[in-house]
Design a protein around this ligand. Structure first.
Ligand code: MLC
Ligand code: AMP
Length: 497
């Protein structure tokens, strides 16, 4: 049995999950996931790694669905709640999902699509509360477990396939490094179609037998209300969330601030990751909460690889040292180890590295060296034993509010607009978002920028929509005719100031 499930059996009476519907024991999670698994199986003995895509709000129902897919032998494909239909359809079709599961809040979104494609669409609330008869398959760890979609240097997102063994390794590493126990109580604010929310928070908490509280959607004032109850011991978020929490905190009365300081100090760990933590945010958060944030580095394809220590010295501006069991090296463009003090690409090896990009053998091959190191594309150096991120090898990857976005994907969508002749999308440094998406558009007839933003909403989730759009006469190009993205970045940075 995969170790994530052990605690459901070890602590059946314990509250495992708190969500908008109340408290849910580990026993109830085990029971409900069996009911849904049996329903998925019908007369079959095993889903045999069929992909099941699901659009379910964070909370008990989400976890029960995910566990059910696994217990029935399927591969879970969590869908992003804010995707418009074309983006959902892409993930469903690319992963070749054979069945869709939705909750009551999302039952209309995929209704006509599922009918048109002849895909079974299950409404979670309609799945009976009885156990059913079939026995559930035995899961070997080398089976595919999860496909998460990640944007990258190709225009369309790629499905990252992890096996149960990969996930167990990612979870075990973090439980050990950050000393999770069943006494912990954590809060999940993050989306569950990415590793930060799904693995680092949800799966680590449940695997440790801890209590996992959900707040959805993110709302800064409600986060502080939860902090004030004084139950939390562990808190994790992306830098943008810390930025938003600081702004909210600044608006409070001294009495509320003091009460919050007291309850936050009682927590044992606060972590930041998914994007670079600005030093200003780190310092302000220390004043607000008394916590020196633990910054760590990871990626969908590898889980967490490098972390500041839980007990040792944490250094602002650094991501720390390789986690136990994760092999990390820095190399030059010829994949040779760099000399001490030089900058190189972070490459990673070990049991927490993903299996492959779903149905993309060429992309998989290209992302590994011949001797099996995964090429992250992140550039770093080591100073006094601590890794420091210096940048990325591609200007086409943008990190905004912790989401990784592909400039190429956004450009491809923009070019579909009949009045867009050409365009260039770049990321502009921003304290709140890390990077803001900016688009330079060449168009002779475009009526208004708000019109194109409105159109983009039907094509892309709103977090991918450029926050800055400018109409340009032409794009800066080099002698080869290639758009010089750094010039576009410079243009936006200069015109913003
Ligand atoms: C929301 N918006 C964003 C955005 N999030 N724009 C750019 N980037 C983002 N990340 C848009 C909204 O759609 C809205 O647009 C406007 O900005 C204001 O939204 P908001 O209400 O202020 O934002 P909010 O809904 O509060 O969301 C902010 C957030 C969210 C930070 C809570 O972005 C978030 O949950 N980010 C976490 C992503 C994450 O989990 N990444 C981990 C990847 S795994 P409009 O037009 O409607 O006004 C990974 C590996 C690792 O990276 O190492 O962990
Ligand atoms: P994703 O592909 O969404 O999983 O995002 C992974 C990427 O997030 C990494 O390749 C890094 O570029 C970035 N990232 C994660 N953690 C950090 C961090 N602490 N500092 C800087 N960048 C980070």
């Amino acid at each position: 049995m995969i170790s994530l499930f052990h605690n459901a059996l070890r602590f059946p009476e314990k509250i495992g999950i708190l969500d908008h519907l109340g408290e849910h024991t580990y026993g109830k999670l085990w029971e409900r996931s069996a009911q849904v698994a049996n329903h998925l199986l019908q007369e079959k003995g095993d889903l045999n790694q069929a992909r099941i895509a699901f659009l379910v709000d964070p909370g008990f129902a989400f976890v029960a669905t995910q566990w059910a897919i696994w217990r029935a032998g399927g591969i879970a494909v969590p869908l992003c709640l804010s995707y418009p239909l074309p983006s959902l359809a892409y993930v469903i079709e690319d992963s070749q999902a054979s069945c869709l599961i939705v909750d009551r809040n999302h039952d209309k979104v995929l209704d006509s699509y599922a009918k048109e494609k002849g895909l079974p669409l299950l409404l979670l609330d309609d799945i009976p509360l009885r156990q059913g008869k079939s026995s559930l398959p035995t899961l070997s760890l080398d089976r595919g477990a999860l496909i998460l979609y990640t944007s990258g240097t190709t225009s369309l997102p790629k499905g990252v396939l992890s096996t149960h063994a990969t996930l167990e390794s990612q979870i075990r590493t973090l439980i050990h490094a950050w000393e999770w126990t069943e006494k912990d109580h954590t809060l999940c604010l993050l989306p569950l179609h990415h590793v930060h929310g799904l693995i680092n928070i949800v799966s680590c908490a449940l695997c440790a037998g801890a209590t996992l509280e959900f707040l959805h959607p993110f709302e800064a004032n409600q986060v502080f209300d939860i902090f004030l109850k004084g139950n939390l011991s562990v808190f994790m978020a992306v830098p943008t969330i810390y930025f938003k929490l600081i702004s909210e905190f600044d608006s409070y009365s001294e009495t509320r601030k003091n009460a919050l300081r007291t309850s936050m100090k009682r927590m044992r760990l606060m972590v930041s990751g998914s994007a670079a933590l600005p030093q200003s945010v780190m310092e302000r958060w220390q004043q607000v909460s008394g916590h020196y944030l633990l910054e760590r580095y990871g990626m969908t394809e590898i889980g967490m690889a490098i972390s500041n220590p839980y007990r040792g010295k944490r250094r602002a501006g650094y991501i720390g040292m390789p986690l136990p069991g994760v092999e990390v090296r820095l190399v030059n463009e010829q994949n040779q180890d760099i000399l001490p003090g030089e900058a190189g690409e972070i490459q990673v090896k070990g049991p927490s590295v993903f299996a492959k990009y779903w149905q993309k053998p060429d992309a998989t091959k290209k992302s590994f060296t011949q001797d099996g190191w995964f090429k992250t594309g992140d550039i770093a150096c080591i100073e006094r034993g601590y890794y420091k991120i210096l940048g990325r090898d591609s200007v086409d990857i943008i990190k905004s509010g912790g989401y990784k976005l592909s400039a190429l994907e956004i450009e491809e969508v923009l070019r579909k607009h009949p009045q867009v002749i050409d365009c260039a999308v770049v990321g502009i440094a921003d304290e709140e978002w890390g990077e803001k998406v900016a688009a330079g558009i060449v168009s002779s007839e475009l009526n208004s920028i708000s019109e194109i933003k409105e159109w983009l909403k039907s094509q892309l989730p709103s977090y991918k929509i450029p926050k800055l759009i400018r109409i340009l006469e032409e794009l800066p190009r080099n002698a080869m005719g290639k758009v010089v993205k750094n010039e576009v970045k410079k243009y936006f940075s200069e015109t913003l100031n």
